[in-house]
Design a protein. Structure first.
Lengths: 358, 325
């Protein structure tokens, strides 16, 4: 249940009601995200992918919001949004292609793992600088409004990003221009090593919306239904022309910031153990078994099926050819400049002469 | 043809683009009701409405970030940064996002934004209304950098920029916004990128300049002529893409090169130009390459005329080069 930080959002219209008939599908997506997360951490440790940003603990926040969107809505993600990508129908294989950076990777091996882009699914390219996607989501929403397209844009970011320039500029612009945007903050408690309480004195992150004249909503990010409803309501408001909403989904980052991070340096394992008592995937699992929507057996089958699916995706991605060695010269501009053409030719020459090996 | 100042030519160019393409829009600080602090957008909001000529809150990162979002969605935003000196809050959006969007998405997300900004000194603007930091942007892969030097080019290059497919940093020499006029073609008139303009033909020394440095460089060439030195003046027009062919052809002819810009010297664009000449025209050179530039100080207020290259400094360097056999 969403609790209002700065405004009431309790109305339960039929448009906002949670699709109970899809609960098993939603659960399966959460399980797939969890399985991929665990496998990818292993792949990184084995040196089979170079890096990985885990999402464990944030599945309900991402998947609940993903289900609340229309396929025509535009997503401006950060780099931790694997669960959201799965909701958009992006295949495990496509994600692993990107983690490897092989020739099937739509980003052509140019970005670190997790910084993917899927234009067809309206899942915009992610970058590493924090918060930059926030103002971009507002601009795209302004453009959609100008064209009278009945869609919203939604941008995902963490608690750390609420201290960034673009958070401030984005909320401010969105308010002034009544942009149909949803600001979805996954407050996972940690910006690498900095705990939430040291990020800002503001009692909630959602409360920051007040300063920009926007509604701000705090939601339990482990409750997939509450997340769904909060996004649904924000979406309805945006479509109705009533402008943006800031949602703060309170979650906990179970894993490290990334595979390059060692959280034992800054937080006690005990805190993680306590947070895991509210593991969103396990909460939904026990509920579904308790309500006899699943049995222990049918649940195990889901996990086994998805593990097998991910294993097949990894195998297929690892058997996909590497990127073409000269391809890193492409897409700097629509057409290469003479300078780039010259550099490409000179690099090619080094390969041909055997000075370099691809 | 109409006789226009450079800032009027910018205004006409914007007007042509807004009239001919409903996806074009302008956003920036004071660009609407006020018509821009230099009046570059004068009358445009009245003609095209506040949804196409948008007064934004005071945030450069907001301006460029939202412009990127608009471009991703398919619009053609022309963002104005009031002075180049104020572009830095948007530096992250420009170099990390705008410049890399097409590349990092594997070509899925072209991102065509034109960023207009008045640049340069000579208007008693002090440290923060005078800088010429084109090298930051020319150094960043994925950005085109365009600097017109006269009214006809201002309009023609701006229309090319707005109809290009890549991000363009369009730097306007505010010092000559109104100080000179020129004949400008009416309607949609375009000057291609990557084509330098030989403004004065000569045989003894090549003078390379762009933007507000072209008029004093031409003046220097005229002064040299009376001394019997034939100087060629090449206006680069676009730093990215760079017309290397024209640059090399000129130096192969004259054997001497002087590079002029008002930006600070160290790591300035003149360094790149000099390196290209050293790499590719070494055997044509009869004299060391000379640079006439701003100094490696912040931009001074009271002594700006000492800081800025002028015809005397340019002619002095060219004379020394021309006398070297």
């Amino acid at each position: 249940m969403a609790k209002a930080a700065t405004s009431k959002t309790g109305s339960q219209g039929s448009a906002d009601s949670f699709p109970e008939d899809r609960i098993v599908e939603i659960y399966r997506t959460e399980v797939l995200a969890r399985v991929m997360d665990e496998r990818c951490l292993t792949l990184q440790r084995q040196g089979r992918i170079g890096f990985y940003v885990p999402l464990a603990g944030q599945e309900a926040a991402q998947i609940g919001s993903g289900y609340a969107l229309d396929p025509s809505d535009w997503i401006f993600p950060a780099y931790r949004e694997l669960g959201l990508a799965l909701v958009r129908g992006i295949r495990a294989k496509s994600l692993i292609d990107q983690f490897i950076g092989n020739s099937a990777d739509l980003t052509k091996g140019r970005q670190m793992p997790n910084h993917y882009a899927f234009r067809e699914q309206r899942f915009v390219s992610a970058s590493s600088p924090i918060g930059t996607q926030i103002t971009q989501a507002v601009g795209a929403a302004m453009a959609a409004k100008k064209r009278q397209d009945p869609i919203v844009t939604i941008t995902f970011f963490g608690d750390g990003a609420t201290s960034s320039n673009d958070f401030h500029a984005g909320l401010n612009f969105a308010g002034v221009f009544a942009a149909p945007t949803i600001f979805f903050c996954q407050n996972n408690g940690w910006a690498i090593s900095l705990p939430r309480e040291k990020q800002t004195l503001s009692p909630t992150l959602a409360g920051k919306a007040d300063a920009y004249g926007l509604p701000g909503v705090v939601v339990d990010g482990n409750d997939v239904r509450a997340v769904y409803r909060a996004v649904r309501e924000a979406r309805a408001r945006a479509i109705a022309g009533d402008g943006p909403t800031l949602i703060e989904a309170q979650v906990y980052r179970f894993g490290p910031h990334s595979t390059s991070d060692d959280p034992s340096r800054y937080r006690p394992e005990e805190a993680v153990r306590k947070a895991r008592e509210h593991d969103p995937v396990l909460l939904l699992q026990s509920e579904l078994i308790r309500n006899r929507i699943l049995t222990k057996d049918s649940d195990s089958k889901i996990w086994e099926e998805l593990k097998a699916e991910v294993a097949r995706a990894i195998e297929a991605a690892e058997n996909t050819p590497a990127v073409e060695p000269l391809s890193f010269f492409d897409d700097v501009f629509a057409q290469p400049t003479p300078t780039l053409e010259e550099q490409r030719a000179s690099f090619d020459q080094l390969l041909r002469e055997g000075v370099l090996r691809p | 043809m109409t006789e226009l100042t450079l800032v009027q030519a910018v205004n006409r160019g914007l007007r042509v683009a807004l009239s001919s393409d409903p996806d074009v829009l302008i956003l920036g600080e004071d660009v609407g009701v006020n018509g821009g602090v230099f009046r570059a957008t004068e009358g445009l909001q009245k003609e095209f409405g506040p949804e196409r000529v948008i007064d934004t809150p005071l945030s450069e990162t907001g301006i460029i970030g939202t412009a990127i979002g608009m471009a991703l969605y398919g619009l053609k935003p022309v963002a104005e940064i009031q002075f180049m000196d104020f572009i830095y809050p948007a530096f992250d959006q420009i170099v990390s996002e705008l410049a890399k969007m097409r590349y990092r998405s594997g070509g899925q997300y072209p991102c065509h934004v034109v960023v207009r900004a008045p640049y340069g000194g000579g208007i008693r603007g002090g440290l923060y209304h005078s800088q010429s930091t084109e090298a930051y942007f020319a150094h960043t892969a994925g950005l085109k950098v365009v600097i017109p030097s006269n009214p006809a080019d201002a309009k023609g290059l701006l229309l090319t920029a707005i109809h290009d497919e890549d991000p363009v940093i369009f730097l306007e020499p505010k010092r000559i916004y109104r100080s000179l006029t020129g004949e400008v073609a009416d309607g949609d008139y375009r000057v291609p990128f990557g084509k330098a303009n030989v403004v004065v033909e000569g045989t003894d020394v090549s003078l390379f300049a762009y933007g507000a440095m072209v008029p004093p460089t031409v003046e220097a060439a005229q002064a040299l002529l009376s001394e019997g030195i034939s100087a060629e003046v090449v206006d680069l027009r676009t730093l990215v893409p760079l017309d290397e062919k024209a640059i090399l052809a000129s130096v192969e002819k004259t054997g001497r090169a002087v590079v002029v810009h008002e930006a600070a010297r160290f790591c300035g664009f003149g360094g790149e130009l000099s390196a290209i000449l050293a790499e590719k025209a070494f055997y044509s050179l009869k004299a060391p390459i000379a640079r006439v530039t701003g100094y490696d100080t912040p931009f001074p207020y009271a002594l700006e005329n000492s800081y800025l290259p002028n015809p005397a400094r340019i002619a002095h360097a060219a004379r020394a080069a021309a006398r070297t056999q």
